[in-house]
Design a protein around this ligand. Structure first.
Ligand code: ZN
Ligand code: ZN
Length: 501
C-alpha cells in the first residue's frame, strides 16, 4: 500500500512534464509571425517545437490567406537545433528600403484603395472594382523580373503573383474573404473569393491581355466555378486549394462580355461599354436594379489607314472629374454622365500616322494611348489634358509617431484631403511599472498592489483576490504529498526509541 502511494506520487510529477503535440497551427503562433513581420523582428518559436516543414506549411498558408502585413517580401530565415531538427527562431527577410520603400507603398495602396472602394459598396462590387482597376493599372511584366504587389502599385508592372497577392491583401482589408492559390504545374497564381458564403475563382492576370492594350480589361476569369475555370480554350489546373467552387450564380453575369473596366461613380451607379457587331455602346447601370441606360452609341468604325478603309473595334472608357472619357477611331471625347455635352478632347491624325486609336485610359491628367496599325501592332503615346491638371493630386506630409507605453509607433503620411497611410510600425514599449504599495492576499482577505509607470506616470491599482483553498490545494498538493511521503518514510524507517517508564 505504501509503495502504491509513492508510485502515484511519481506519476503525478511525471505528467506535468509531458510535451503536447501539434497538428494545426498552434494557438498564438500566427499572431507571433504576424508581429515579427509587422515590426521586422526575430520571433522565438522554440516552445512550438516545429520542424522546418511544419513551420513552412503554416507560413505559406498565412501568406496565401493575406495574413502577412507586407507583400514586397514574404520570406524568412530561421535557426534550428541540429540534433532535434526543431526550429528555434524565424526572422523576416529584410527588403532593401531603397528598392522597397514601405512608406511610398502605403501611400500608393491608400490612394488606390480609396479610388476603387467607394462608401457603401457590396463585397461583389468591391471584388469587381478592384479586379478591373488592378488590370487597368498594370502591364504584365514579360521579363518576369517584377513579381510583387509593390511592383504593381509603384512601378505599374508585375506578374501573376503580384496581381494575386495584392488582390488578396486589398480584399481582405475591405472585409471580403480572399486567398491566393497557386499551381506549380501551371507556374501560375490567382485568387479564390468568397461572396455570400460561396467561393469563386478570379484570375486578374488572365483578364489583363498581353501585350497590354491600354484600357482593356476582360471579365473572362471573374467569379468562375471549378468546372468553368477547368474547361475552355485555356483551362486552369493543379491549384493548391481544396475549397469547393460550385455556385453557378455568375455564369451569365452582365460583365462576362465587357472588355473595359466597369467604372463605379458610387455604390448605386456604374458605367460600362459594350461592343456589339463592331459598334460601341456606353451605358449607365443602376446597380440596385441592374437596369442599363444607353448614353452614347458609336457605329462609325471604318478607319482609313494604309490606303484602305476597314472595320475595327476601339476600346476605352474612363471617368474623371464627373465626366466620361471614351475614344473613337481618331479622337478622345468626353461627355457628362447623362450623355450630354459631348466634346472632343484630343484628335489623332490617323492618315499621317497610318494608325488609329485602339485603346486608352486616363491616368490622372494623362491620356495613355494605344495606337495600332492595320495589323493591330500597337505603339503607345502619352498626352496631357491640361484642364485635368487642376484636379486634386494627393501630396503626403510624412511624420514619425514614436511608440508610447500603450500605442505602437509608425510613419504617418497625411494628405490635405484627409487621406492617411501608416507604415514602418514599431511595437508599443509597455509600461515600466514601479510598485509603491503592496499587501499580500490570504485565505480570508483580498490583497492589493499599487504602482505607477516611470515613463507615463499612469497609476495602476490591482486587487489580488483571496486565495481559493481548492485551487491552492491543487497547485500545492504535490509538495504536500512529498512532505507527507518524507514524514511517512522517516516514521517507518527510523529506529524505534525506548520509552522510559
Ligand atoms: Zn489627397
Ligand atoms: Zn507607461
Amino acid at each position: 500500500m505504501r509503495r502504491l502511494l509513492l508510485c502515484a506520487l511519481a506519476l503525478c510529477i511525471l505528467f506535468s512534464a509531458v510535451p503536447l503535440g501539434y497538428a494545426e497551427a498552434p494557438e498564438g503562433l500566427e499572431q507571433l509571425i504576424y508581429e515579427s513581420h509587422k515590426y521586422n523582428r526575430e520571433a522565438d518559436i522554440t516552445d512550438y517545437k516545429l520542424t522546418y516543414e511544419e513551420f513552412d506549411a503554416i507560413f505559406d498558408k498565412m501568406a496565401a490567406e493575406g495574413k502577412l502585413p507586407w507583400y514586397a517580401e514574404t520570406g524568412y530565415s530561421y535557426s534550428y537545433n541540429e540534433v532535434s531538427q526543431l526550429l528555434l527562431s524565424v526572422t523576416p527577410m529584410v527588403s532593401d528600403p531603397k528598392v522597397y520603400d514601405r512608406t511610398l507603398y502605403a501611400q500608393k495602396l491608400a490612394a488606390f484603395t480609396e479610388k476603387c472602394i467607394l462608401p457603401g459598396m457590396t463585397p461583389l462590387q468591391i471584388a469587381l472594382s478592384v479586379h478591373d482597376q488592378l488590370a487597368l493599372h498594370n502591364i504584365y511584366d514579360e521579363s518576369l523580373a517584377k513579381n510583387t504587389g509593390y511592383d504593381l502599385l509603384v512601378h505599374g508592372t508585375t506578374v501573376c503573383a503580384g496581381y494575386a497577392n495584392l488582390y488578396t491583401q486589398i480584399l481582405n482589408s475591405a472585409g471580403v474573404p480572399c486567398i491566393t492559390v497557386t499551381s506549380d504545374e501551371m507556374n501560375h497564381a490567382w485568387n479564390l473569393v468568397q461572396l455570400d458564403g460561396s467561393w469563386y475563382h478570379v484570375d486578374v492576370t488572365w483578364d489583363d491581355p498581353t501585350a497590354d492594350i491600354y484600357g482593356r480589361v476582360r471579365h473572362t476569369y471573374f467569379l468562375l466555378t471549378d468546372a468553368e475555370i477547368s474547361t475552355g480554350e485555356e483551362p486552369h489546373y493543379g491549384w493548391d486549394s481544396a475549397l469547393p467552387c460550385t455556385n453557378t450564380r455568375y455564369a451569365d453575369a452582365y460583365w462576362r462580355n465587357v472588355e473595359n473596366p466597369i467604372l463605379f461613380e458610387s455604390s448605386s451607379t456604374s458605367y460600362l461599354l459594350r461592343n456589339e457587331d463592331w459598334d460601341n455602346y456606353i451605358y449607365r447601370r443602376d446597380e440596385a436594379t441592374g437596369q442599363e441606360t444607353l448614353l452614347f452609341s458609336d457605329t462609325d468604325h471604318y478607319v482609313d489607314v494604309d490606303d484602305g478603309g476597314y472595320a475595327f473595334v476601339h476600346r476605352g472608357l474612363s471617368l474623371a472629374e464627373g465626366r466620361l472619357y471614351f475614344n473613337r477611331q481618331d479622337t478622345i471625347c468626353s461627355m457628362n454622365t447623362d450623355g450630354s455635352d459631348v466634346k472632343t478632347e484630343y484628335t489623332y491624325d490617323t492618315k499621317a500616322n497610318n494608325r488609329f486609336i485602339y485603346g486608352f485610359w486616363l491616368d490622372g491628367d494623362t491620356l495613355q494611348l494605344s495606337l495600332a496599325n492595320r495589323d493591330y501592332e500597337t505603339e503607345t503615346r502619352q498626352q496631357t489634358l491640361a484642364h485635368l491638371s487642376d484636379r486634386h493630386v494627393h501630396s503626403f506630409t510624412v511624420t514619425q509617431q514614436a511608440p508610447t507605453c500603450i500605442a505602437e509607433g509608425y510613419t504617418l503620411s497625411v494628405c490635405d484631403c484627409g487621406l492617411q497611410a501608416e507604415s514602418d510600425h514599431l511595437p508599443s514599449a509597455g509600461h515600466d511599472l514601479k510598485v509603491s504599495a503592496k499587501k499580500a492576499a490570504t485565505f480570508f482577505e483580498a490583497g492589493y498592489e499599487e504602482g505607477y509607470c516611470v515613463n507615463c506616470q499612469q497609476e495602476t491599482s490591482q486587487e489580488i483576490p483571496k486565495i481559493n483553498f481548492a485551487f491552492w490545494f491543487l497547485d500545492n498538493y504535490k509538495y504536500m504529498l512529498i512532505g507527507l511521503g518524507v514524514i511517512l518514510l522517516i516514521t517507518i524507517f527510523s529506529p524505534s526509541g525506548k520509552r522510559k517508564k
